[in-house]
Design a protein around this ligand. Structure first.
Ligand SMILES: [Zn+2]
Length: 898
């Protein structure tokens, strides 16, 4: 091409773009610096105004308000595409929705819609506030998509509808304002004084099937109800040492309930991402076994979409506004499938990470622009597969079945029932006769359920409704019985709820009701277990203590179908007049909310020691009625005044927290507020300086009490980096100084409740208790069982309780506990000491993975120790797990009254 021609073309392009281009304010003009400049962070206030400005200036963006955060900031949905697409974007949204729900479409129609539709791609940022690349790449990407005149970008905009979202606005204001408060750049740091999500900090990414937090609910509405995107890209950091970014595909195990198209969909998108970086000469991408992220767990913003047939993508990138470096790690210099293009050790700055992130976003848009019809059709196909599976007998390939196959075959070999089949194949696999397959994979006993019935006639129907409403937020639809019906010889009352599995989001339904069967995942036969990415088992129905029945055939009846996103309203309650007062069912968690309200309003409330329910005086009829209309509580008039009543009184509650914030404590903060308990936070210095006497009860949830084998010093920022007004939150509970104060507090009449790892307090108090999970090592020293023998990452186990103990009132005899290598106890003597419950079998696992579970037979899961005038109540399992384990909330609630 000669020079003149080239400049003519350039001129032509220049003219064309000056006509069509709208001026979009650059980040530099808006924020005062370029995104990626060293030591510079934008807060959410400025980012929000940038979103609004760009949306006003660019015809490539529509902006919609999408709900408030926990601290009251606005979340927005930015819809980015070509102006032509935006004009018809409602059509594209509906096509995506229709294909995703996969109902009432013929194969032909689905193919046709896949052709005329546009793939919907979600790109977010800012979920974890100290992972600052995520929030800032969102700004830069938005700017490039709305301002660029390059053909490449215009092509993406023509072919794809992009949804952009800031996941955690509150945290970005907190973090960025904290970082930027220091004039001296070298002082800029991210050691923020509290959690970057009001209640749950980093656990804001553990809430995506329960949707306790407002941000998760806002997300669910957009993703599972309104838009149903095919690709969800969720940005995080950081990558393993010696690499730049970890991304898809991910390592095993993947979950056995979702469609194989999800797994191959991740491969497709993943290929496009790594391929683009390599093309651009950007090294250091790790994937598969080199990155550690699996696809087993449900509940993260990226992983929950798998259970909705969506391709969830996570990257974890390195980089910070404060310049850093890629360190040298010898084995990361060897190319391999998990890391084809090693990166040399080097100085690293923010801008490089922003550039990588923008490339990764564009790689996904490139993939979607080339494969739009395939993405849409596969999305439909996975949904259709799910519906079909729910309409017939179907067997999920759980790993327990493969184990059973081997076991059956081995035992028949031993007994001589079969002979070893000859196998001359190259692979030398153990080949088992086909009949063994039929015995297990076609065994009617092993079929998946086609429906679940949640009877309205259960102890805590209010909690069951909360469960179904969580499913509904997640795009699952349910039915409600408009009159009583009978099935399988059981009578179900009106208002009972039915969830069928013949729906597109069937994997989500199965996953919420059924046990997770985590494979025995070890480094090598007999070797140490590989830690799961998050929980191994989480079955929400089990955590919430739901009663439900499975149905293995088509179920019809007087059922009203609810739309996804519709909430179940509790049945209305008629409350007859009473002379003798009212009985409030204390098996229901919401009874505690009501009791707290009644106490605050000055009514007298008692425990009826016979029924263990609450008793409230007759004059409380009006508030009872008002409350019961919003909750499925069973409230009955007493026919006569109950014989044995014990007054119920509120306690002054102190909840432990620490500088930087404790997540388990934060979840409990939220639970206490939901159920109407008042509380105050206290910090280690409050203990050391004996400012705790004003509390009737102290709560230590999860971290707080140091381990008896304390090896890790708690990390606190240098004092001069923390403003005076926050100095009181610094420090940690110490064995020398704090523990004696806590012991005096109890002996003087105080009550301490510990849940989870803080239950180590029993050893600091020298109670006659020991850890039963010990063995003698070679030197004859007693040590904790090695993880080769015993390892239980977050899973659900079965425990037995004595419901006659006041601490256990309203709980069932058998409860499902969330167990995460949790403390358990054995008593050396029982003077002034009693157990709250035990694990009574060698096989207590209900959901997840429990290697060596037989060691737990006979252990105590919690105890009460009367010490002086007070008591210590130590509960080993995660009784308040992420505000999901409603089935054991009463293990805490019962202790919060006088
Ligand atoms: Zn993160």
């Amino acid at each position: 091409m000669n020079k003149a021609k080239a400049s003519l073309i350039a001129l032509f392009i220049g003219v064309a773009s000056s006509i069509s281009a709208q001026e979009v304010t650059s980040p530099k003009a808006h924020f005062g610096f370029d995104i990626g400049d060293d030591y510079m962070l934008a807060n959410y206030k400025l980012m929000e105004s940038y979103f609004l400005t760009v949306a006003k200036e660019s015809n490539r963006v529509k902006i919609q308000e999408a709900g408030l955060t926990e601290e009251g900031r606005k979340q927005y949905l930015l819809i980015v595409s070509s102006p032509e697409n935006l004009a018809k974007v409602e059509d594209y949204r509906k096509i995506s929705q229709q294909l995703g729900r996969a109902e009432g479409l013929t194969e032909e129609q689905a193919k046709q819609l896949s052709k005329v539709g546009k793939p919907i791609v979600w790109i977010d940022g800012g979920m974890h506030s100290n992972e600052t690349v995520g929030s800032h790449q969102l700004i830069e990407t938005l700017y490039q998509l709305t301002s660029s005149q390059e053909e490449e970008i215009k092509n993406y905009l023509d072919k794809v509808v992009i949804l952009m979202w800031h996941v955690n606005p509150d945290g970005q204001d907190l973090l960025a304002d904290w970082y930027m408060q220091y004039e001296d750049k070298t002082k800029r740091n991210m050691a923020i004084p509290r959690l970057y999500h009001k209640y749950v900090g980093h656990d804001n990414n553990r809430d995506f099937f329960m949707f306790n937090m407002k941000e998760a609910s806002n997300f669910a509405k957009v993703v599972y109800i309104d838009w149903l995107p095919q690709i969800i890209y969720n940005h995080h950091q950081t990558s393993p040492d010696g690499t730049v970014v970890a991304g898809p595909p991910y390592r095993d195990p993947f979950n056995h309930v979702f469609d194989p198209l999800v797994v191959t969909g991740i491969d497709g998108v993943g290929f496009s991402m790594i391929d683009r970086l390599h093309q651009e000469g950007k090294p250091g991408y790790v994937r598969m076994d080199q990155s550690g992220f699996s696809t087993w767990w449900n509940g993260g913003l990226r992983t929950a979409p798998y259970f909705h047939n969506m391709i969830g993508i996570l990257t974890e990138i390195t980089g910070n506004p404060t310049p850093s470096e890629i360190p040298l790690v010898a084995e990361r210099q060897v190319p391999r499938n998990g890391l084809p293009f090693p990166v040399a050790p080097q100085a690293w700055n923010f801008k490089k990470s922003i550039d990588y992130s923008v490339s990764l976003n564009l790689a996904i848009l490139d993939y979607a622009s080339r494969n739009g019809d395939k993405l849409l059709y596969n999305f439909y196909k996975a949904g259709k597969n799910a519906i079909d599976r729910g309409n017939q007998d179907y067997w999920t390939n759980y790993s327990k079945y493969a184990d059973q196959l081997k076991k059956n075959y081995d035992s028949d070999l031993k007994s001589g029932k079969v002979k070893v089949a000859e196998n001359n194949s190259f692979y030398r696999s153990t080949i088992i006769p086909n009949s063994y397959y039929e015995d297990i994979y076609k065994n009617p006993k092993n079929r998946d359920a086609r429906a679940y019935i949640i009877s309205a006639d259960q102890d805590d129907f209010g909690t069951a409704i909360k469960f179904v409403n969580a499913l509904s937020k997640s795009g699952v639809y349910a039915y409600q019985a408009t009159e009583a019906f009978e099935y399988g010889g059981v009578q179900y009352p009106k208002h009972s709820i039915i969830v069928k599995t013949n729906q597109a989001f069937r994997p989500q339904v199965i996953d919420m009701f059924e046990a997770q069967d985590h494979p025995h995942d070890v480094a090598y036969e007999g070797g140490p277990p590989i830690r799961p990415y998050d929980a191994a088992g989480w079955t929400l129905a089990l955590q919430m203590g739901l009663q439900y029945d499975r149905v293995f055939e088509e179920l019809n009846g007087p059922f009203q179908k609810l739309a996804p996103g519709d909430f179940i309203e509790p049945p209305s309650l008629t409350l007859p007049k009473s002379k003798f007062g009212y009985q409030i069912n204390a098996k229901a968690n919401d009874a505690f909310t009501l009791v707290n309200k009644l106490l605050k309003d000055g009514y007298k409330v008692f425990r009826d020691l016979e029924s263990k329910d609450f008793y409230v005086e007759a004059k409380a009829a009006a508030p009872l009625k008002a409350y019961a209309s919003k909750n499925a509580l069973i409230i009955k008039p007493y026919p006569a005044k109950p014989k044995e009543l014990k007054p119920v009184q509120s306690l002054k509650i102190g909840l432990y927290d620490q500088y930087g914030g404790s997540m388990p404590s934060g979840w409990v903060r939220w639970i206490l507020e939901q159920y109407g308990y008042d509380y105050e936070l206290f910090y280690p210095q409050d203990v050391d300086q004996n400012r705790i006497a004003k509390y009737d009860v102290l709560l230590f949830i999860g971290p707080g009490i140091p381990s008896t084998e304390a090896t890790r010093a708690s990390r606190m920022p240098a004092k001069d980096l923390v403003p005076d007004s926050l100095q009181y939150t610094l420090g940690a509970i110490s064995v020398d100084q704090s523990i004696p104060v806590l012991k005096n507090y109890v002996e003087a009449g105080g009550k301490i409740i510990t849940i989870g790892s803080s239950s180590e307090l029993v050893y600091h108090f020298n109670l006659p208790v020991e850890n039963p999970l010990m063995e003698l090592n070679k030197e004859g020293k007693s040590v904790k069982l090695s993880n080769i023998k015993y390892y239980i990452p977050t899973s659900i186990l079965k425990a037995s309780l004595n419901p006659n103990l006041p601490e256990n009132y309203g709980l069932k005899k058998e409860v499902n506990i969330v167990f995460n290598n949790s403390p358990v106890f054995k008593f050396k003597e029982t003077k002034d000491l009693y157990s709250l419950g035990e694990i009574t079998t060698e096989q207590s696992l209900l959901s997840g993975w429990a290697h060596g579970q037989h060691y737990l037979k006979g252990v105590s899961i919690g105890l009460v120790s009367n010490l002086g005038k007070g008591k210590l109540i130590a509960i080993g399992p995660e009784a308040t797990n992420r505000a999901q384990s409603h089935g054991t909330f009463k293990m805490l609630f019962n202790q919060l009254y006088q």
